[in-house]
Every structure is written in structure tokens, then in C-alpha cells.
Design a protein around this ligand. Sequence first.
Ligand SMILES: Cc1cc2nc3c(=O)[nH]c(=O)nc-3n(C[C@H](O)[C@H](O)[C@H](O)COP(=O)(O)OP(=O)(O)OC[C@H]3O[C@@H](n4cnc5c(N)ncnc54)[C@H](O)[C@@H]3O)c2cc1C
Length: 406
Amino acid sequence: MINLELPKKLRASANQAHQVAQEIFRPISRKYDLGEHDYPVELDTMAAMVEGLADSGTQKIGGAAGGRSDGDEHATELLGNTNGGNMSALLNALETSWGDVGLMLSIPYQGLGNAAIAAVATDEQLKRFGKVWASMAITEPSFGSDSAAVTTTAVLDGDEWVLNGEKIFVTAGQRSTHIVVWASVDRSLGRAAIKSFVVPRDAPGLSVARLEHKLGIKASDTAVLLLQDCRIPKDNILGSPEVNVEKGFAGVMQTFDNTRPLVAAMAVGVARAALEELRAILKDAGIEPSYDIPANNQPAAAAEFLRMEADYEAAYLLSLRAAWMADNKKPNSLEASMSKAKAGRTGTDVTLKAVELAGTIGYSQRTLLEKWGRDSKILDIFEGTQQIQQLIVARRILGKTSAELK
Ligand SMILES: Cc1cc2nc3c(=O)[nH]c(=O)nc-3n(C[C@H](O)[C@H](O)[C@H](O)COP(=O)(O)OP(=O)(O)OC[C@H]3O[C@@H](n4cnc5c(N)ncnc54)[C@H](O)[C@@H]3O)c2cc1C
């Protein structure tokens, strides 16, 4: 028998995150959806709380801080798990995204760059960057999905790296205290020369060119960043500065193994929010899905609900498995992509279907259903699109390289 129950310790921190989502995020969700680019001041209180909790060594609230695969900060009982950093981060991301995924992406000190730091930083760097709020800057005007096409450069000049390039669509790119930037240390050596660098907000030569207006996650700032002879200390490079052509860019790609399950969990959280809202609306209309009667003998809306709930469960369990593997030092690239593909698609399917089944209530602003329909789309795009995740899964299963299967 597989025990799918969460360990007590994880349940406690997930409950705490759920409280935050319910008490802080939901009440201000529509306000920041309508006020794009307004700073959610309510999150400052949270920042103080998160910092306090981090100081006392207890759980972080949000989730994208990620857990280092070999970390040992959260003991759990699940399946002999030695630590639960990734699982705990994942559950917190899920719960807070249930509240509002745009606000979740704006929680101070919990950026996707934090997960990247946690995945590859040395112990000394972990100490130095332990309390930063790091966003993640990979995408450039010339590419998105093909992350091997980085053109931003990093050149060593004495004790400093000098960075030049343009990064676009950086989540929390204006508010974060640090930015993890992907840049090439030698463009003639191809993808193996791509490294990640921690760039402090006040680094000379770093500037925000503009903020994007978007379909959803309007509470989250999305910035274009310019690096013009931007200088950072030599030891702000994450991982080894050596270029190992054999190894390719496995080092930086490793960060996705931590971040993809987290984004999957965000999609699962939004899907759950929509399912709960829809269940209540259907109940008001006299429709209650039954688990004792075959779906085809129930009202069409109830049958749809059951199908969506099954997809939601599958996405949830896939993302949990990917995080569990990371916590247990098992290679999880395949499972991370599987969870992201399934959850990304489920997030958009469920939220839009909920809009449809709820009729005019779903399309209006009387509930948050239409907002979740808009918010969920990004979760099937960033940290690798649906198509890219499917490509990775296919490559892994068929044993093909990226050159063989494009
Ligand atoms: C709101 C928002 C926030 C973001 N935040 C960040 C961030 O914090 N940091 C960051 O670095 N980036 C961020 N991004 C960028 C995001 O990661 C990219 O948009 C994404 O990787 C896709 O790249 P692209 O938009 O250039 O699309 P493209 O790569 O041009 O792809 C366009 C379409 O073609 C498909 N496609 C591409 N290649 C293939 C292929 N080989 N086979 C089949 N289909 C393919 C894609 O799936 C997609 O549907 C963000 C984007 C948005 C919209």
C-alpha cells in the first residue's frame, strides 16, 4: 500500500501557508488585479514575518525559496525522507497560490532565483545569499524556450565580472533585492559556457527599462532589465567558473529540477481554488457530484467536475513526487517536467472550464473564476512551456539528445 498522506510536519506548515492565503491574499486579490503595478504594501508585513521565521529556523511561508536537494532543515516522516525542503516549499507554493498566484510571486525573499541559489550555491554563498530576494533572469529578446541561446556576456576583469546584455520578462525584476542572471563567459564555447550570476540590485550598470502589462498575475511585476557594463564581485558566480564542454550546461539546467515542480504546484493551487468555487456554485444550482454513481449517470456538469478533479489529483501527486525525489537526492528532471506539463495544462483546463460551467457568474467579476482563468496561463508558459516539457519527457523516455529530438 502506498501511503499518500502528508507527514504531520508538512501538514502544519501547509496549514500555516493556507491561513496566509485566506486571511491576507484573498481579501486583496481583486484589488491588485485591477491595480496592476501597484505595490502590494500588505506583503511588507509578511516580509517581516518571513524574516522572523527564517531567523528562528522555522518554515518559510511562501514557497519559491525552494529547498536544496541535500538540505536538512526540515525533517519529515514520509517514505524515509531525510529532509523535506522541496516538498515543504512545494506545499507552501500550492497553498499560497490557492490564495493568489500573482501575490505569491511577489512574496519577498521567495523568488524563483532563491530556488536557483539553493540548488547550486556553495555553502559560503548560501550563507551570503541566504537572506536575499532573488528573481531569475534567463529570457532575452532573441530567445525564450531555447535557453542555450543566451547572448548576455560575463567577462572577468580583475576581481569583478562585467555583465552586458538585456533580460526580458523577469518576474519580480523590479522588486527583488537580487537577480540571478544567466550569461556566457565565452560565447565561442557554446552552451557549456553559460553560468548563473547573482547580481545585487544596487550593482553599477543594472537598470529597469520598463514593466510589462499582462493578461494575468497583475500583482506580480514583470521587468525588462538592462546590464550595461554591470559590475559584480568575482565570487558571485554560482557553481564553478570552469567551462566543462563535456558536461554542457547541466549545472545551470539543474535549477529547473527544483523550480519546475514549484510552478506545477502553483498551477495545482489555482486549479484547486477554481474547483472549490465551482463546487459551491454547482451546489447552489442543485448539482452535487457523487462518488458512488458512474459519471455517465450524473448531470453533465457533475461528470465534468469529476473528470477535472481526477486531473487535479494527478497533477498534485506528480508534483509531490518530483519534489520528494529532489529531497531524496534522486535525479528528477523527467518527473519535474512531467509534473509541470500535467499541472500547467490542468491549471488552464480546470480554470477555464470552471468559467464555462459557472456561466455568467464565471465570466463576470462577481467571483475570482475569470481571474484564475487569466492567471493560470502563465504557469503553462514560464520555467518552460507545455511543448518544451513534453519535448523533455520524450527525450528522456526515448533516450534522445536535444540535438536528436528538437
Ligand atoms: C508573465 C511572464 C513572466 C515571466 N517570467 C520570467 C522570469 O522570471 N525569468 C525568465 O527568464 N523568463 C521569464 N518569462 C519568460 C518565459 O520563460 C518565456 O516566455 C518562455 O520560456 C517561452 O519563451 P518565448 O516566450 O520566447 O516563446 P518561444 O520560445 O518563442 O515559443 C513560442 C511557442 O513555440 C513553442 N515552441 C518553442 N520551441 C518549440 C519546440 N522545439 N517544439 C515545439 N514547440 C516549441 C513554445 O512552446 C511556444 O508555444 C516570463 C514570461 C512571462 C509571460
